[in-house]
Write a protein that binds this ligand. Sequence first.
Ligand SMILES: Nc1ncnc2c1ncn2[C@@H]1O[C@H](COP(=O)(O)OP(=O)(O)OP(=O)(O)O)[C@@H](O)[C@H]1O
Ligand SMILES: [Mg+2]
Length: 276
Amino acid sequence: MSGCNPALSVHNLSVALDSGMQTMEVVRGVNLEVKPDSVLCLVGESGSGKTMTAMACMGQLPAGARVAGGCVKLGTAQIVPGCERIMRGIRGGTVSMIMQNPMACFHPMRTIGAHFAETLRIHQGLSRKEARQVAEERMRRVALSDPAGMLDRYPFQFSGGQLQRIMIALAMSTSPQVLIADEPTTALDASNQKRVLQLLHDVRKESGAGLLLITHDLGVVAEVADFVAVMYGGEIVETAPVKKFFHHPQHEYTRRLLESRIQLKRSARQMAARGT
Ligand SMILES: Nc1ncnc2c1ncn2[C@@H]1O[C@H](COP(=O)(O)OP(=O)(O)OP(=O)(O)O)[C@@H](O)[C@H]1O
Ligand SMILES: [Mg+2]
């Protein structure tokens, strides 16, 4: 990947999990670059370390996991390893994350408006009234009708698809330089998946933010990726521009991944032909 400076770069990152007397490196020597206004898709089998990599970039690893080596830079500033106070300021501000399960990301006892107010107060120093105006505008942008009314409601009063759109609105409200989305559509039905992806694409394009998108869906990769990184067993085994990824896969695992997609398409065609 050459050209302009990356918005997010990950250098030789390792993440270790400590359990009892044992330590296991679940992410090893990972290198990634997300350029401004471009999309890097991170694919790979379940358990290969994609989420751990994303969490490490946010400085937000789960209990028992720690950065064991390497660093993460936002532009030229090193953020991981770094001071937790600085990281808190960056998280949700210059780098935002969209998770697979939006319900888990909202406080159940706080209104959507309160979530926006807190984010915009911390990161942009806005007053409650100013935050409400920005929130309404952002909610409207993600095609949610009656944003004013929605801001006074609680997370459980929304469907999964609506919450995912609200999370995109919230994540984009601070105009982040980098957006990390970890399987943002897997919990949604097919029509909501398409809507949410299109939305993510549109709002990100407008802002020029770089996107690190973790997905299992190679159809999504074909649609949105500029670059693809393939993770296998805790390591990045291949990074390529999207065309090269599909047409000239280098690693054995990448070839298997693409082959399974072809098999799936073939089975779907056969089922359709049988009328099932
Ligand atoms: N909270 C946790 N505590 C302990 N181990 C974990 C935790 N989360 C993940 N792991 C382990 O870390 C490794 C990497 O997991 P990770 O969640 O990053 O995989 P992934 O590539 O995101 O998988 P998936 O595609 O299923 O989401 C796995 O071995 C997993 O079992
Ligand atoms: Mg994951």
